[in-house]
Structures are given as C-alpha cells and as structure tokens.
Design a protein around this ligand. Structure first.
Ligand code: SF4
Length: 382
C-alpha cells in the first residue's frame, strides 16, 4: 500500500460532506467562513460522544471553538474507515474536561507582562514574537494564547501593527522577528505583504519567521500567490505545527512542497499531549513523515500549564523517554529538541548520558544502556 492509500486525499469526501464543489472546498476563504462552531454543525459530519456534544455549548463561553471543514473532513474520513481519531479529536473537539482544570493559567508564559508594546513579546534581547492575528484555521484545545480569546480587535489591528513595527525599528538589538498570532496567514495576501514590507524595510532585522498552523489545518491557504509573496522577503523561515502523522495528508504535503520549493526553510513545533502523540512510536511516525516532506522537526514542547488542559498534560519525563527511544531509529537531524518554555526563555530537557567522571576519563551511557569510557575527555582542564 503506498502512502496516499494510507492517507488518502480528503477533498473529494469533504466536498461531498459539506455539499459543495471540490473547487469551493479548496477555497481557503470558504473554509474560514464555514468553520464548524456548534454541536449541530459538528454532528452533521462526525460522530461525537455525549460529552463532546455537550461541550460544544458548555465550553463555548470560556474558550474559542472553531474547526475548518477540512479538519472536520479529515476526522470524518478516518472515522469512515474505522480508524481511531482520538488524537485529532483531543486537539480540536471541545470536551467537558476543559471546565475542570485546577491548575491551568490564562497566560502561563506571562507574555502580557513581557511585552514592551502590545502584542510584541520579548523574552530575548535579539528577537521578538509579534502576535499580529487572533484568528486561526482551527482553535486548538491546548492553545497557550487563550488569554487573547476574550479580547476583540486584535486581528491585524492597525494601531498594534504600527506600534509593534515602530518598536522593532527603534530597537537595534532585534535581528529576528517571528510573526505569529493566532495564525498570521489568516489574512489577505495584501495584508500579509504590507506587513512584510514594513518589517523588511527595517535594516537591523535579518530574519523574518512565520508561525502558522495553516499547512496542518487549512492547507488551502498556501496558494501560489501567497508563496510568491513570501519568497520576495527572504531570508524567511516558517515553523508549522503538526502533532501527528495523520495530519500529513496529501493536501498538507502539497502545501509543504510549495513552501519548500520557494526556498523557505521549514520547521515543525509539536506539543506533547496525552493521548495524542505521547509515545516513541507516534513521534517517530510523525518525524519520519515530516522529513520526507522537507520539514525539520524543531521542537516538542512540554505542554504549557494553560487553563482547561489538565486532561492533556503529561509527566515531564515522558518527553525525555520518547526522545531517548528515538535515538538510533531515525537520523539525528530528525529528532527535535524537547523544550519546556518559561517566561524567561526555553529550557531544553534531555536524558543525561553522563554517568560520572573518572580521573581524566568520562563514563557515559551508550545507546544500548551500556557504560562507555571516553578516554581523556577531561583533559586539558577547562
Ligand atoms: S492555530 Fe496556533 S494560535 Fe491558533 S489555536 Fe492553534 S495553537 Fe493556538
């Protein structure tokens, strides 16, 4: 069975489920307009549990709900084939557990406090995250920017953009600007290009990066026109956010191909989530498929302490064990860093292979769990 048989295109089924032509289904503006937000819309295409059905109305006052028809169709196509869609549902479909989280915080990374001007988050002197948007192709249940759900008028707000660009222009230490959101690709081509023009005109900004989940949840957004704009502003990098192998559909892979062919280096940031991708096998499947599509696995985040997500959190050692299990089974460049993010920056977590120092030698644990003596590793002295 080839890869496309295992992961068939979902456009044909999606168009049928939503009663439109394949051309309409492939139009990202239609996808956005038809986001599934209610129980009634959801049960029309997908079987839900009673908990999930109730959650649509009970969770909605607290956290955004919205799922692109494309993402709904991916789940529906898997459900029709009798496959387990728990990993996708946990990411996208609300559930009542979101209402009973004792420890979750609204803004666990204290981004608001670390913003010199509104929506420009700065944890390091040389780079900023510029949150220009608050619309998304899907509203992920574990999103760490839920603090912005309650606020209106954040989406490509003229004043926020102007103040943000002025701040970046006035701070010559900033070499790297991450344009993020929400999802910064949920805007017209012209709006995105206007922003790129402004940022590229700042002489000390060397690198522009985008963080977007559109290749995962609304790959129709990666149009030839958009890619044509992006490639005018190199060096431009893009991080996307696949959490599971099944999200890499033919449509998603085609979006990645377009971006990679435009010379845009692609990285993936996954979030480690209970029941979604919390095993070595699942992570290997994801990372193998990412690199086949020219996307480098960049980070796996330990899940933030965000409100409404207790049911998705994992023990921190889970990620360390997963990455340890990947060593030797996939090329080193395809193993992401396991990161715990804090208000003052990212902390890399990994298995400690150093057992002890012995005279001038270092004793390590090798990949098979056996000791290895690296002779003279402590010489010359530091
Ligand atoms: S697409 Fe990104 S910003 Fe939007 S809800 Fe998902 S994780 Fe949050």
């Amino acid at each position: 069975m080839n890869e496309n048989e295992l992961f068939p295109s979902i456009t044909a089924l999606g168009a049928k489920l939503f009663g439109v032509s394949e051309e309409k289904f492939s139009d990202w503006k239609w996808q956005l307009k038809k986001q599934v937000r209610t129980r009634k819309e959801a049960v029309a295409v997908l079987e839900l549990t009673e908990d999930e059905e109730r959650a649509f109305s009970e969770v909605e006052p607290l956290f955004n709900i919205g799922i692109s028809p494309y993402a709904m169709s991916l789940m529906a196509s898997m459900q029709q084939r009798g496959e387990d869609i728990t990993a996708l549902k946990l990411q996208l479909i609300p559930r009542l557990a979101e209402l009973s989280d004792a420890n979750g915080k609204k803004d666990p990374l204290e981004e608001s406090a670390n913003s010199p001007v509104k929506e420009v988050v700065q944890a390091y002197p040389d780079r900023v995250a510029f949150c220009v948007s608050n619309l998304c192709p899907v509203y992920c249940r574990y999103c760490f920017r839920k603090r912005r759900d309650e606020e209106e008028g954040l989406h490509y707000n003229r004043k926020i953009i102007e103040e943000g660009v002025n701040y970046i222009a006035s701070n010559e230490n900033i070499r790297d600007v991450l344009i993020t959101g929400g999802d910064p690709f949920i805007a017209s081509d012209q709006t995105i290009e206007n922003l790129l023009e402004k940022i590229r005109a700042i002489p000390h900004v060397e690198v522009i990066r985008f963080g977007t989940r559109t290749p995962v949840a609304m790959p129709q957004r990666i149009t030839d026109d958009l890619v044509g704009i992006l490639k005018k502003y190199h060096p431009l990098w893009l991080n996307t956010h696949f959490n599971t192998e099944e999200e890499l559909t033919p449509e998603a892979c085609e979006a990645l191909r377009k971006l990679a062919d435009a010379g845009i280096p692609l990285g993936n940031q996954a979030v480690l989530l209970r029941g979604v991708n919390d095993s070595t096998e699942k992570m290997l499947g994801l990372c193998r498929k990412l690199i086949r599509n020219r996307v480098r696995p960049y980070y796996i985040f330990y899940p933030h302490m965000i409100e409404g997500t207790e049911h998705l959190r994992v023990h921190y050692k889970k990620g360390i064990e997963i990455l340890k299990g990947m060593r030797g089974k996939i090329s080193g460049f395809a193993i992401p860093q396991y990161i715990l993010d804090t208000p003052s920056g990212k902390i890399s977590l990994s298995h400690n292979h150093i057992l002890k120092e012995d005279g001038k030698d270092l004793i390590l644990e090798d990949l098979n769990g056996n000791p290895w003596r690296e002779i003279d590793a402590l010489h010359p002295p530091l």
